[in-house]
Design a protein around this ligand. Structure first.
Ligand code: SAM
Length: 211
């Protein structure tokens, strides 16, 4: 996702308590950043945040954390959080490879990966958010019965992710090869989901766990 550079983005993000900015030399519990002690669900690569802000609005009984490394994009997420006056969401403007600095072991109940960048070139495989080094991070922070929910329009990335997760010993609780054929009422379309579905692309979805 490319967005025009906003020179004021850093100051804007830092001046809001929704942004979790930690001293990376210390270990924090993400739960301490929230008012209510309730399950934590995170989205990695949030983009402009329609999905996670709508989830937070519909599910006040869950604490949500959006992870997006692009500050210019994160500004849009923060604007939505403010507009909707959401209390149950925090934002991390960092690369997902640093997630273990923000969460302790077994802290997260669910991870959403929505329309992750496909990185189709073989030399970029390690950047895919379902590459083994990322799965290792997810396994560390996810509760034993936690799940990863993954959606994409990209068949290559979907197949790669099935293989990568399978090689990692993960199990699949659900695989849907055409989500919009019979779209569940509870499905929240992300910005990318709308864009690619409108262009006629099929949407793939899976739920997987480390059980
Ligand atoms: N999930 C959104 C959607 O479905 O509309 C955005 C999808 S967009 C293709 C992928 C987003 O993931 C981009 O905003 C990008 O900056 C972010 N991203 C990619 N790799 C990341 C990483 N390693 N850590 C954090 N964010 C990442």
């Amino acid at each position: 996702m490319r967005m025009r550079n906003k020179p004021w983005a850093d100051d804007f993000l830092k001046s809001h308590p929704q942004i979790v900015d930690v001293d990376l030399n210390q270990q924090y519990k993400m739960a301490e950043w929230f008012e209510k002690d309730q399950p934590i669900h995170i989205e990695v690569g949030t983009g402009m945040g329609r999905f996670i802000t709508e989830m937070a609005r519909r599910h006040p009984e869950i604490n949500y954390v959006a992870i997006e490394r692009d500050k210019n994009v994160m500004v849009r997420v923060l604007e939505k959080v403010k507009e909707l006056e959401l209390e149950n969401i925090k934002l991390i403007n960092q690369d997902a490879k640093l997630l273990t600095e923000y969460f302790v072991e077994n802290e997260v109940s669910r991870i959403y990966l929505n329309f992750s960048d496909p990185w189709p070139k073989t030399r970029h495989t390690k950047r895919r958010l379902t590459f083994s080094s990322f799965l290792e991070i997810y396994r560390h922070i996810l509760k034993k019965d936690g799940q990863i929910h993954f959606k994409t329009d990209n068949q290559g990335l979907f197949e790669y992710s099935l293989e990568s997760m399978s090689a990692f010993g993960m199990t699949f609780d659900l695989i849907n090869l055409n989500l919009h054929e019979n779209e569940p009422e509870e499905n929240i379309r992300t910005e990318y989901e709308d864009k690619f579905s409108n262009r006629g692309f099929r949407i793939y979805r899976m739920e997987a766990s480390f059980k």
